[in-house]
Design a protein around this ligand. Structure first.
Ligand code: M6R
Length: 365
């Protein structure tokens, strides 16, 4: 059922626009406002929510990181993100007004499930963002938001990430409206931009060949770095996971401003640095961080909104994404990075659908 694609992973990367439509459209009503009535989640669930804790593992955790960055910046509500296997053995700092969002594609990850069980001893505002219908996490949480991404077969998560991130955006619009932190107009504009994401991903996918060509260079490198600030840094975390899990290249995500506090000593001739610079507020800061890596010989791939980069001292390869509000660039940037991971794996003769030592679902401890 690969439908002509050589691997499930690339098929699932291409399914992202449709998967996003299935996640987003049923939750936006004809007035362009967030609507969870078909999910059976009442507005009262979002009232009196003082803080949010996202609990998850792996890719789902990184989707939560992107969600945290966006929700805090848009709504000003404190959000913490906890690794499920840590959260479940620590003292949870939550109360009955805390919302706990457990995020899981499979809905069966044992640490996330146990973290949910623990959270429910403190609050009944637990909400699961889950893909697999009727899974344990979906059954045990107070509310469920199904992502409707369709089956994800490849071990490396791709479409599950995009729809999880989109779910956080839908939730932000709802919480913002219910708590008076967003006006109707603001929520409508926010959701109108969210609706543009599937089309924008189609455009990224039309540049697939260029991304494939650039990965030829990665076949023999032992290390790679993904850098960015703000939301870009959160995207970098998932991007680095995508490269390492299927290509076996050691990849690290770094907050660009942290480079000179240690990591820059690892930058040497030819080390790939994938730099994300889509956040307007910190654009010039990231560019100066990139220059620092370039000056030390890094091979820099830049993802930004610039139409063209003519200064060869900034980067070796440039991918331009169309202008968009800072908080929405994640949807396009991550697809470029998923393709970098996929083609690097294929170039190295690895089966990206079945990387060594990894299972699709981690149901035992
Ligand atoms: O099914 P889950 O979303 O709970 O799985 C969590 C992680 O095991 C998973 O996201 C994993 O990190 C990805 N498959 C990696 O691409």
């Amino acid at each position: 059922q690969k439908e002509g694609y050589p691997h499930y992973m690339i098929k699932e990367i291409h399914e992202q626009p449709q998967a996003l439509v299935r996640t987003i459209e049923p939750r936006i009503n004809p007035d362009n406002l967030p609507d969870f009535s078909a999910d059976g989640i009442p507005d009262s669930f979002f009232e009196n929510c003082s803080d949010i804790t996202v609990v998850a593992c792996g890719t789902a955790l990184y989707a939560g990181m992107a969600g945290k960055n966006m929700i805090q910046n848009v709504l000003g509500i404190p959000v913490s993100v906890a690794i499920a296997s840590e959260f479940r053995y620590e003292r949870p700092v939550i109360n009955e007004n805390s919302m706990v969002i457990v995020t899981s594609q499979s809905g069966e990850t044992i640490d996330t499930l146990e973290a949910l069980r623990l959270a429910r001893q403190y609050t009944h505002k637990t909400l699961a963002i889950v893909n697999v219908k009727g899974s344990s996490i979906a059954r045990e949480s107070d509310q469920v938001l199904y992502t409707h991404a369709g089956p994800e077969i490849a071990v490396a998560s791709t479409k599950a990430y995009s729809v999880q991130v989109a779910s956080f955006y839908l939730l932000a619009a709802k919480i913002g409206l219910v708590q008076g932190k967003m006006t109707k107009k603001e929520a409508q504009n926010f959701l109108a931009t969210l609706k543009e994401m599937p089309g924008r991903i189609e455009t990224v996918l039309s540049h697939e060949k260029r991304i494939q060509d650039l990965t030829d260079r990665f076949t023999n490198v032992p290390n790679a770095f993904y850098i960015g600030r703000g939301l870009d840094y959160r995207v970098a975390m998932e991007a680095a996971l995508k490269l390492k899990e299927i290509s076996y290249i050691h990849a690290e995500a770094y907050a660009a401003g942290e480079l000179k506090h240690g990591t820059i000593s690892l930058i040497d001739d030819g080390v790939p640095v994938i730099a994300l610079a889509t956040q307007h507020k910190v654009y010039s800061k990231v560019i100066s961080n990139i220059r620092e890596t370039k000056a030390r010989g890094a091979y820099v791939i830049l993802i930004s909104e610039d139409k063209k980069i003519t200064d060869p001292t900034i980067c070796d390869v440039h991918f331009s994404i169309p202008k968009v509000d800072d908080i929405f660039s994640v949807f396009e940037s991550i697809v470029i990075c998923q393709l970098i991971g996929y083609y690097t794996s294929v170039n190295k003769g690895i089966n990206p659908d079945q990387p060594r030592n990894l299972a699709k679902s981690v149901t035992v401890e």
